[in-house]
Design a protein around this ligand. Structure first.
Ligand code: BTN
Length: 259
């Protein structure tokens, strides 16, 4: 299999499991998000929960997520001391890490991040991210970042998606094992956290914008209040989508948007 490294050149030795992160691997679970919520208060370190099979996996906007065996299902539980608004910025760290992990296996020129945090490969959806959190309305108790990647199979029966599903396997000859992918993803995520700590959210934002698939396109962002159509311009320092609409620039929080 061709192996792309985010820093250029081939990467013969994959990354190691990152220091400071735990990992729990389950055979079967209802949803790794549900398992994360059950375990969150007792966990002492950031922890990845991976399951070989999920029986009730969830997607964004209350949709089910279909996971054929061989695809990746994992949730990262974090407990940073911060506000809930700050915690939402972690979705960009996760999206960058997911992009970088996929870029080991697929041609980076064919990959793109679609607002708010799906990954497109050859124009189809190869991976999605779901954020769930618990807090007191202002401060965060825990945040879980659920990641589903169509590694081996394109799920059947996805009819309501704006972007047809695809798989990593369709773009490369080989099949990537979920635990190998998880190691790359966990390592890329740990690097993103380090960048956030040393360089701030601006650096994360820059990475995200470099990987973004739809800058400059006219898009419609549907929010609970209204639909907004405009040119997808950038994300701002708060992690809000800036859309250039006919009425001027509009900043829309990621959590409010669905397409
Ligand atoms: C989306 O709708 O695009 C987000 C999909 C997120 C799916 C993942 S699979 C691992 C984790 N557990 C779940 O139940 N959902 C997320």
């Amino acid at each position: 299999m061709r192996s792309h490294s985010p820093t250029g050149g081939d990467a013969p030795l994959g990354p190691e499991w990152p220091e400071g992160y735990d990992r729990i691997i389950l055979e079967t679970v209802d949803s790794t998000m549900a398992e994360a919520a059950r375990q969150a208060t007792s966990l002492l370190k950031p922890t990845w929960i991976m399951a070989e099979t999920q029986t009730a996996a969830r997607g964004r906007q209350g949709r089910p997520w279909i996971v054929p065996p061989g695809n990746l299902s994992a949730t990262l539980i974090l407990k940073p001391s911060c506000t809930m608004a700050e915690a939402a910025k972690r979705s960009f760290l996760a999206a960058n890490a997911l992009y970088e992990a996929l870029a080991y296996y697929a041609d980076p020129a064919k990959l793109g991040l679609k607002w708010p945090n799906d990954v497109l490969l050859n124009g189809g959806k190869v991976a999605g991210i779901l954020l769930e959190s618990s807090g007191n309305g202002h401060y965060l108790n825990w945040l879980s970042i659920g990641i589903g990647v169509n590694l081996a199979h394109v799920p059947d029966g996805v009819t309501d998606a704006a972007f047809a599903p695809t798989s990593l396997h369709m773009a490369s000859d080989d099949t990537v094992a979920p635990d190998d992918f998880l190691t790359k993803l966990a390592s890329a995520y740990a690097t993103q956290e380090m960048k956030l700590e040393t360089m701030g959210f601006d650096r994360i934002r820059e990475d995200w914008l470099q990987h973004a698939a739809r800058l400059g396109e006219v898009i419609t962002a549907r929010t609970p209040l209204a639909d907004f159509t405009g040119v997808f311009d950038t994300i701002n320092a708060d992690g809000h989508l800036i859309l250039q609409t006919a009425d001027g620039p509009k900043a829309i929080p990621a959590a409010d948007v669905y397409f």
